[in-house]
Ligand binder design. Structure first.
Ligand SMILES: *Cc1c(COP(=O)(O)O)cnc(C)c1O
Length: 387
């Protein structure tokens, strides 16, 4: 069978406008951090309701920079969810701090707020909730716990660009919020990421961290030898994003609302069409006062491990590119070698044994949705009423 027939779980949408925007930069004098980066940061800040945005070259770099700006370092702990991409925890390891995994709520796959306080110690410095699948975590209560315990909140919103929580855009709530622009995410810059914040001090640290810890800002220099003069004041990285990437990001951002509407429409279709499989599947639900950005459409197979595996293989054999998000981070061999053990977060492990992410991306057509649904009905031996 040709590759064309394969339905991936996620995919970018690139049109002629995107291509033209990139071409324009290629014909200009600036390729790396220039006017397009600034413009992308400003537009994104407006979109997510933040005062400042710093764009970097991956979501992982954004996490690293945010943890750094929060002051996370050797001997510190940070609290996060095990149901996430490894980068959420890895970025803290880069700074020699220790991730503390708090179990999830099974309906949403998000961190269980009721369990956070028990995990706080005198070493805890940061809480990093993950908006799993695009649904915001319980941010009001997380922010409250953070304030009560003097912790910095860093929201991993790699799944949640465009999501809304109690009427406020994700990006305007936590102390810092990170996004990813990897091609499977809502908008893409090829590779890329960003940190949103209202805090000027974090903003300055993020800017320095992005570019070797070097500053040229006359107000910040410790000495001044002449117009050429710049100083490296802290140890930073090269996490700069290019103008090429940000031109693509700007063009993509102008389509974000359409992308979000498509994703919401697809999720409604799935929820309606899969209704009669509720005996076998748990369909995703969105809690009160939340608008999900629907990065993923995650179903839970009630039959558990073996059934999930059979269904996964069945769907793949029919060219439906489902995925599993996620193996609890601490079950990865590397984390096991750091001393985390199985059984740490039972809800997360149970969640992992049941979940399958169905294809969802803006270009998906109704016939694609029907193909996925029909195949699911076929697997469970239930007649599909194609509405
Ligand atoms: C994609 C993703 C990241 C990392 O983003 P990159 O841009 O791939 O580095 C971090 N956290 C979560 C939850 C993600 O889905």
């Amino acid at each position: 069978m040709s590759k064309m027939d394969f339905l991936p779980y996620g995919k970018q949408f690139i049109d002629e406008d995107d291509i033209k925007a990139v071409e324009e930069v290629l014909r200009s004098n600036w390729l790396t951090t220039g006017p397009k980066v600034k413009e992308f940061e400003e537009k994104l800040a407006e979109k997510v309701g933040a005062k400042y945005v710093v764009a970097v070259n991956s979501g992982t770099a954004a996490l690293h920079a945010a943890y750094y700006a929060a002051g996370l370092g050797e001997g510190d702990e940070f609290i996060t969810s095990p149901i996430t991409f490894a980068a959420t925890a890895n970025a803290g390891l880069y700074l020699k701090s220790r991730p503390v995994f708090v179990d999830i709520e099974s309906e949403t796959g998000n961190i269980d707020v009721n369990k956070i306080e028990d995990a706080i110690t005198s070493k805890t410095k940061v809480i990093s909730p993950v908006d799993f699948s695009g649904q915001p975590a319980d941010l009001t209560r997380i922010m409250q716990v953070a304030r009560d315990n003097n912790l910095v909140t860093i929201e991993d919103a790699a799944h949640a660009l465009g999501a809304i929580y109690q009427g406020k855009p994700v990006g305007s709530i936590a102390d810092m919020t990170i996004f990813s622009f990897h091609p499977v995410k809502h908008i893409t810059t090829g590779e890329g990421g960003a940190i949103a914040t209202d805090n000027e001090e974090y903003y300055k640290k993020l800017l320095a961290f992005r570019s070797h810890g070097i500053t040229k800002n006359p107000d910040e220099l410790m000495e001044y030898h002449g117009p050429w003069y710049h100083e490296m004041q802290t140890l930073g990285y090269n996490y700069r994003i290019s103008d090429i990437s940000c031109a693509l990001g700007l063009s993509q951002l102008s389509k974000l609302d359409n992308f979000l509407a498509r994703r919401a429409w697809i999720s409604r279709q799935y929820n309606a069409k899969l209704e009669s499989l509720r005996e076998h599947l748990v369909l995703p639900s969105v809690k009160d006062q939340r608008v999900s950005a629907w990065h993923l459409f995650v179903i839970q197979v009630k039959g558990g491990t073996e059934e999930r595996r059979r269904l996964f293989e069945y769907l793949h054999s029919r060219n439906i590119g489902v995925q599993v998000h996620y193996l609890p981070v601490y079950l990865h061999p590397y984390y096991q070698s750091l001393g985390y053990s199985k059984g740490l977060c039972p809800e997360a492990e149970d969640f992992y044994s049941k979940v399958i992410s169905l294809p969802i991306f803006p270009e998906m057509k109704e016939e694609d949705i029907d193909k996925v649904c029909r195949t699911l009905y076929e697997y469970f031996g239930v007649i599909y009423n194609d509405r």
